[in-house]
Design a protein. Structure first.
Length: 276
């Protein structure tokens, strides 16, 4: 039997790329997306797709039931890729917006992981890959909600890795830096929905944020295509001993080292210049 992998957030970007890539590698891929239209588009593209909204526990449960029906009750891999970024200074961020960020980026991922873990544990094998971020390693201004959710995901994953020791289920973190996806467009929508920029002391900074989010082309000279994440993802799924962390893009490698080498205040000055 083909090893089956469930992927969240497949409407575009890394998730969509991963669905096609892993299918080509011989996996039975179950691609998932939040909206029915995106599921239809995935199906039309030749993928097996289910609807899964990480902000809705009933949707997650229905998606897992459908997935296990499609895979004969087995699931080897779970790629927790689905997430979005909520920009804005923390002082301007409504609590409801922060809750939405965590519902999708952490709580939904937790609910999904808990549902599939018994299947993996019963089989004595499995792989869980979490899509974290450079912003799960270092913080940047106006990205506090996303930072908090990814820092939490890193700690969550470290804990789960310890608890899964000896079970045959391995868990890894993929930590991309700038990747060319729909992430900026989705972040702009979240910003406009929740942040009152006109009445904030950060008004000038927000104009720079909006300019960055709507600027065409790569977000950084270091930006890579989603394909840059595929070799690490495949290694996490197939290596006998998967790595704990897979940093991707030069900024992630650089910031990982700087966090170890520099004092917090020196690193703050670098991050303010990079992300202000």
């Amino acid at each position: 039997m083909k090893r089956s992998v469930l992927i969240t957030g497949c409407s575009s970007g890394i998730g969509l790329c991963a669905a096609h890539f892993l299918t080509a590698q011989g996996f039975q891929v179950i691609a998932s997306a939040r909206s029915a239209d995106d599921v239809a588009a995935l199906t039309a593209a030749g993928l097996t797709a289910v609807q899964l909204d990480l902000n809705n526990e009933a949707s997650i449960e229905a998606a897992v039931t459908k997935t296990l029906q499609l895979t004969g009750g087995r699931l080897y891999g779970l790629f927790n890729n689905g997430a979005y970024g909520q920009p804005g200074a923390l002082e301007d961020l409504p609590t409801a917006a922060l809750r939405e960020q965590f519902n999708t980026n952490l709580f939904g991922t937790h609910h999904l992981t808990r549902l599939v873990l018994p299947v993996m544990l019963a089989a004595g094998e499995g792989r869980i890959i979490q899509n974290s971020s450079i912003l799960g390693i270092v913080a940047m201004p106006f990205r506090g909600a996303y930072n908090a959710s990814k820092f939490a995901l890193e700690g969550y994953t470290d804990t789960l890795r310890l608890e899964l020791t000896g079970t045959g289920v391995q868990i890894s973190l993929i930590e991309p830096g700038p990747i060319e996806t729909q992430f900026r467009a989705n972040s702009k929508t979240a910003f406009l929905n929740h942040i009152d920029a006109d009445h904030s002391r950060h008004h000038a900074g927000y104009q720079q944020t909006l300019a960055r989010l709507q600027r065409p082309g790569p977000s950084s000279k270091f930006s890579l295509a989603p394909e840059a994440c595929m070799a690490p993802l495949l290694d996490a799924l197939t290596s006998k001993r998967a790595k704990i962390r897979y940093p991707i893009t030069r900024p992630t490698h650089i910031m990982s080292w700087l966090r170890r080498l520099l004092s917090a205040r020196v690193l703050d000055r670098i991050l303010l210049k990079a992300g202000g």
